[in-house]
Design a protein around this ligand. Structure first.
Ligand code: NDP
Ligand code: 8X3
Length: 248
């Protein structure tokens, strides 16, 4: 099951897994894209899609409860749906944007995980792969709530691993750096020029890089649990700590 499969990492992962013979449950809000993917990747026997807003707890529960029998045993949950909105300093940020990031990146991921875990535990197997971010480790100006949501994803991943010890269920938090997807278009409210600038004159990660990472993780032996994986482009690094200097 891949949340946020209508673009970026989620879509690339869906394509790679379908190519390798997996059956998929794909989610997102854009039904036209889900329908198109279902048709492209082999039809309703191979791909089941659920169109819902992940921040709507009831909708998440309904989607899981109404899975067809043949799709009801989930081997891998890729908690990928998420977004950043804005890059303004904390005192100027839009509080609605903050709420939407919390509702999507934190609550949506919580709802999917909690709704799906009991069945995985009952089966004694499964894999939860969360998409965190370097932003959860390395705060930056304007990142404020987005960074904080991804720090949640990191700590939640580690903490549920502790709960699941002995269950046979694996948990990994992937923490990508700069990757060219629709991420910046969404962050900058469809300002394409501003989004393009993020990837200009630098070689960013691609969605396929993350898809291949997910595929590799899933194919490691079941006694191996990669706990966290931070992946940056070669052309990205951390910066120095900032020091404020007063005018003389
Ligand atoms: P995209 O914008 O390309 O994809 C985001 C996906 O999330 C879409 O499929 C979107 O589907 C889905 N989504 C967003 N909000 C909701 C919602 N409320 N309900 C259901 N689905 C939702 O970006 P990426 O592929 O880059 O992002 C995927 C994940 O990777 C996110 O969690 C992001 O924070 C993280 N990430 C991205 C990085 C980057 O630089 N690109 C780096 C590190 C982490 P739809 O709009 O159809 O609902
Ligand atoms: C996305 C990467 O650095 O824009 O999580 O926050 S960054």
């Amino acid at each position: 099951m891949i949340t946020g499969a209508t673009s970026g990492f989620g879509e690339a992962t869906a394509r790679l897994f379908a190519k390798n013979g997996w059956r998929l449950i794909l989610t997102g809000r854009r039904k036209d894209r889900l329908e198109r993917l279902q048709n492209e990747l082999g039809g309703a026997d191979i791909v089941h899609y659920c169109c819902f807003n992940i921040s709507d707890r009831q909708a998440v529960e309904n989607a899981f409860q109404s899975l067809p029998e043949s799709f009801s045993n989930i081997d891998v949950l890729l908690n990928n749906a998420g977004l950043a909105l804005g890059l303004d300093p904390a005192d100027e940020s839009n509080l609605d944007d903050w709420e939407q990031m919390v509702d999507t990146n934190i609550k949506g991921l919580m709802y999917c995980t909690r709704t799906m875990l009991p069945k995985m535990k009952q089966r004694g197997q499964g894999y939860i792969i969360n998409i965190g971010s370097v932003a959860g480790n390395w705060p930056y100006p304007g990142g404020n709530v987005y960074c904080a949501t991804k720090a949640f994803v990191r700590q939640f991943s580690l903490a549920i691993r502790a709960d699941l010890l002995g269950s046979g269920i694996r948990v990994t938090n992937i923490e990508p750096g700069n990757a060219e997807t629709e991420f910046s278009t969404v962050r900058f409210n469809n300002d394409e020029q501003r989004a393009e600038n993020v990837y200009q004159n630098t070689k960013a990660l691609t969605a396929d890089d993350i898809a291949e990472t997910v595929y590799w993780l899933v194919n490691t032996p079941t006694h191996v649990n990669v706990t966290t994986m931070e992946i940056m482009p070669t052309e990205q690094s951390t910066g120095a700590l900032a020091v404020y200097r007063r005018d003389k």
